[in-house]
Design a protein around this ligand. Structure first.
Ligand SMILES: O=P(O)(O)OC[C@H]1O[C@H](OP(=O)(O)OP(=O)(O)O)[C@H](O)[C@@H]1O
Ligand SMILES: NC(=O)CC[C@H](N)C(=O)O
Ligand SMILES: [Mg+2]
Length: 529
């Protein structure tokens, strides 16, 4: 448990809303702690010491389906068959037909709106089909095959079978990352499976290998078995992992995220130079938007031979704003997080570099901040091209109307965010920055830039449905209702609360010691399988 918790803290940038760990001790008994909140808030020495056992699964959650309810914190658990614990990174796109299948055929009850609970139950259903008293690896591979056949979308998953071992698999397009590494332990080996290699580095694990798209691995006391389950599909890792989501010190699918961001800065420098020349503007200083754009901005500045200055100072205690729930909270936190130093802005033409402009929340605020402290001209350069389409594979940007580049050309985007000029990387340059580091990968999921979705099954009707389902205000409503329904909070009077208050309210019931009976069915200590 201590190592899993340490690993989760290294993955905190992937999900700030909820976290959890379930371990498996003697006699296949599971021990659980999960709740809404950051890793440092939910886990302390006391709670960790109660998570017994030699294997376990952890998760940090950034909701892309369902709500922010405690009951949707992961890992999930089902008792039948065998006792399964499950953690999912990604997002499914055929949840509606899967729900129907659960109801009409599998007769399994899904208690939340989480696609991950649904995926676990599809997995459990397929395991159940083997009808065995004791399961073996062959049965598990067969069950994963059945599951991959039914499920559409992005899923990088880790499962644990009570007293048996750990299973990991990745969707046939390999959209979200997952890999594993080993460490010598006496005569045998310890194994770690994680979304990002940084977790392995920190724990002293070596020989990091990615789980291949459509592959499953099983780790037991006897070692590891790997099996290619799904037939050939387009390998399309999400390029947004490299642009923003992953830590720079991770290596994903053989590509150093850090190197890819350096290359993005280099490529963007050429574009910036050309555009500035044409507009007859010179810039005095390059300023990154901490944290993610730093690596790219430094390379860009070096190539342009313009001074690089940390003009925005980040409050290290405020997390990522893009993955916060609700526009009000995101907006407020950009101001809490960043402060502009007048001495770097006053009377200068500044080139602010960010990794991406998505809703425009960050750029709008920081451009105003730059102007407030006396910047002459504010030019913004983005390492990613304009984002005009929703992400349906695990980055929570489901609604086109929320995207600042939707229905706007570059000049209109500049006007909207208050910049004198906005310069976007081209898509071929972005793809090349990443791909040159691993030319064997032929394509990346670039759906947020192109509107082409590699899994199929994402048409106009689906996008409209998603937009309605997950519009910011509907989500807030859904959360209030589910708080009322599941947690006895009295959903009625909560309707008038602000988004921040609602989030606070959700957090207030997140007692890590499990003494609060309102946190949902799965949130109790010493769950016995
Ligand atoms: O246009 P927007 O909707 O604002 O989204 C884009 C911004 O959000 C992210 O920063 P975030 O604060 O999440 O994290 P960071 O500290 O890792 O840069 C990203 O790095 C951009 O700065
Ligand atoms: N970021 C994630 O991995 C999201 C997992 C899952 N779709 C959820 O909303 O809980
Ligand atoms: Mg940022």
């Amino acid at each position: 448990a201590p190592e899993i918790c340490e690993g989760l803290s290294l993955l905190q940038h992937r999900g700030q809303d909820a976290c959890g760990v379930i371990t498996c001790g003697t006699k296949g008994r599971f021990y659980q702690c999960k709740a809404n909140g950051m890793v440092r808030d939910i886990f302390d020495a006391n709670s960790i010491s109660r998570l017994l056992g030699g294997m376990g699964v952890g998760h940090v959650r950034y909701p892309t389906a369902g709500s922010f309810n405690n009951a949707e914190a992961q890992p999930f658990y089902v008792n039948s068959p065998y006792g399964i614990v499950f953690a999912h990174n990604g997002n499914l796109i055929n949840t509606e037909s899967l729900m129907q299948f659960m109801d009409q055929t599998a007769h399994r009850h899904i208690n939340t709106a989480s696609d991950s609970e649904l995926l676990l139950n599809i997995f459990a259903y397929n395991l159940q089909q083997t009808g065995k008293f004791r399961i073996n690896e062959e049965d598990i591979f067969t069950a994963i095959g059945g599951m991959m056949h039914q499920v559409k979308g992005a899923y990088a998953c880790v499962a644990m079978l009570a007293g048996f071992g750990i299973i990991a698999f990745r969707d046939p397009n390999g959209i979200r990352p997952v890999g594993f590494a080993t460490r010598k332990a006496g005569a045998g080996l310890d194994y770690i499976v994680a979304s990002e290699s940084v977790v392995a580095d920190a724990g002293g694990f070596t020989d990091w290998q990615d789980v291949n798209p459509g592959e499953a691995i099983i780790i037991t006391r006897n070692g590891i078995s790997r099996r290619q389950i799904a037939g050939p599909s387009t390998f399309a890792p999400d390029i947004f992992e490299f642009v923003y989501f992953a830590r720079p010190d991770s290596v994903i699918d053989g590509i150093s995220v850090y190197r890819s961001r350096m290359a993005m800065g280099d490529a963007l420098a050429d574009k910036v130079q050309a555009v500035l020349q044409e507009a007859n503007i010179t810039v005095d200083v390059v300023i990154p938007v901490p944290d993610t754009s730093r690596v790219a901005a430094l390379n860009l500045a070096q190539k342009l031979q313009v001074p690089y200055r940390e003009g925005f100072i980040k409050n290290r205690y405020v997390g990522r704003t893009f993955i916060m729930p609700g526009q009000q909270m995101r907006k407020k936190n950009v101001r809490r997080k960043l402060n502009a130093m007048a001495l770097e802005f006053a009377d200068k033409n500044v080139l602010i570099v960010d990794d991406s402009i998505v809703r425009g929340t960050t750029s709008k605020e920081i451009i105003q901040m730059a102007k407030d402290v006396g910047a002459k001209k504010v030019i913004v350069a983005s390492c990613a091209p304009p984002i005009r389409y929703p992400n349906v594979y695990g980055i929570d940007m489901p609604s086109r109307k929320e995207l600042v580049a939707y229905g706007r050309d570059t000049d209109e985007i500049a006007a909207e965010i208050g910049a004198d000029l906005v310069i976007f990387q081209t898509l071929p340059d972005l793809v090349n920055s990443v791909r040159q580091l691993q030319p064997s990968i032929e394509s990346f999921d670039c759906s947020v830039f192109t509107g082409e979705y590699v899994t199929g099954g994402v048409d106009e009707e689906y996008l409209q449905h998603l937009e309605t389902l997950r519009a910011d205000n509907n989500r807030a409503k859904a959360m209030t209702m589910s708080l009322g329904a599941l947690e006895g909070k009295g959903g009625g009077d909560a309707n008038g609360l602000s988004e921040q208050q609602k989030a606070d309210q959700a957090n207030s019931s997140a007692l890590p010691n499990g003494t609060d009976a309102t946190v949902g069915l799965h949130n109790s200590w010493n769950t016995q399988a």
